[in-house]
Design a protein around this ligand. Structure first.
Ligand SMILES: [Zn+2]
Length: 408
């Protein structure tokens, strides 16, 4: 069981820890999570694993919402709400050769290897064991503690969390994301928008190209102009500069001897603070106008059914966000992390996008994050997590809940 006592003079951080058996249970649970594939839209089995483990650790209020997200609640029910967020899905395995079987969850020298170990089953396991530490220690949580284990974050961050908060009528006062941060504290990241550009041309036989309008050539002119945008994109002292990248291109023609009449390409645009999806679109439109090309620009829409049959849809346009440096959430998390980790954690920003695009980017709920796993290992064949970090994350999540939901 969890060892927790708070005799006068000792802080809870010195005493809130996992026993040997619990540590073995945590490692075994994480192995089972990694051994259970959960590519986006196929998270059902892993969701069941999480529910079973939560129930076996004494968390009674657990259920699956319409979209297939797992929601667990603890606390007295009245007072502020702290929400922990982690996603259950992973990217799919590429053809590249993995150093370890991606579904075996091999452990070597205290490191667990496998798909989703870093992003972010290590954090899922840590949150479940944080709940366990809290039930075992019989801590009074004055308010609501909600654990949200969401689906389909990888293809469309924020959308499943949005459904969960709206359908369950949850209004968090704070959100803590468990996305991998190498146990640093993250207080924001850039936004992103995905554009589809469709260029129209006119078909002709390629032996008479002057009779047609080549959509590929026109698209190339646009792409060249878009590439030049990167020189002047605005920069933010904390989040850095916005970026632009063409990531996919395809064309249509009657044959390989015909001038193509349609060329479609996609533009991944990362937004820094102060930029908006609308302004980013206007920048692209001005290039189309300047070049005098017949083209349409649209923001890509994400549509997908979840494993429960729920229709998830969203525009792939997300604002940048950053919580102010001196926010109480950062100060408290810094203090607890320092006590658990033994050093002062660095405060930075994630290189990638997270559910924070909804919690803070759209609804302005103070959001930060800390999680086991180095972001550099996410979505790579070197996916891995240090077990010591997973255990420390569990302790930090539990202590942070106790601190934020303390009776005042
Ligand atoms: Zn992730």
């Amino acid at each position: 069981m969890a060892v927790f006592s708070s005799p006068s003079g000792s802080s809870p951080t010195q005493t809130l820890s996992l026993s040997e058996d619990e540590r073995a249970g945590l490692v075994n649970f994480l192995q089972r999570l990694v051994q259970t594939p959960s590519p986006s839209s196929k998270e059902e089995q892993v969701a069941q694993l999480v529910i079973e483990e939560l129930r076996s650790t004494g968390v009674e209020d657990v259920h699956v919402d319409q979209a297939g997200n797992v929601v667990a609640r603890m606390g007295t029910g009245s007072g502020p709400t702290l929400l922990y967020d982690a996603h259950l899905d992973t990217v799919t395995v590429t053809n590249a050769e993995w150093p370890y079987n991606p579904y075996e969850a091999v452990i070597e020298n205290g490191v667990l290897y496998g798909l989703g170990a870093c992003d972010m089953k290590g954090s899922v396991a840590a949150m479940v064991y944080a709940a366990h530490l809290l039930t075992e220690s019989k801590s009074d949580l004055h308010g609501n503690l909600v654990f949200a284990f969401v689906v389909q974050e990888e293809p469309c961050e924020g959308s499943a969390l949005k459904v969960l908060l709206n359908e369950e009528n949850i209004r968090p006062d704070w959100v803590i994301l468990g996305e991998p941060s190498d146990m640093n504290i993250m207080r924001g990241h850039r936004g992103r928008v995905l554009f589809k550009v469709t260029v129209h041309g006119k078909s002709s036989h390629s032996s008479n190209p002057e009779l047609g309008t080549n959509a590929i050539t026109a698209a190339a002119r646009l792409i060249f102009g878009i590439d030049l945008l990167s020189v002047d994109l605005p920069s933010d002292p904390f989040l850095g500069a916005g970026t632009v990248a063409v990531t996919h291109i395809e064309s249509q023609s009657a044959s390989l001897n015909a001038i193509p009449d349609i060329c479609t390409f996609y533009v991944d645009r990362r937004l820094t603070l102060g930029e908006t999806p609308t302004r980013a679109q206007a920048q692209l439109e001005s290039i189309v106008e300047r070049e005098g090309i017949d083209a349409e620009i649209e923001i890509v829409k994400y549509n997908s059914k979840t494993y429960t049959g729920y229709e998830l849809s969203a525009r792939e346009a997300f604002n940048a966000w950053a919580l102010e440096e001196n926010h109480e959430l950062i100060q408290r998390l810094s203090k607890i992390s320092r006590q658990v980790l033994g050093h002062v954690p660095v405060v930075r920003h994630w290189p990638f996008s997270t559910d924070g695009v909804y919690s803070m980017g759209e609804t302005n709920i103070p959001t930060i994050g800390i999680g086991p796993g180095n972001p550099e290992h996410a979505h790579t064949i070197h996916d891995q997590v240090r077990l010591a970090d997973v255990e420390q994350a569990a302790r930090i999540y539990a202590l942070m809940a106790m601190t934020m939901l303390k009776q005042t």
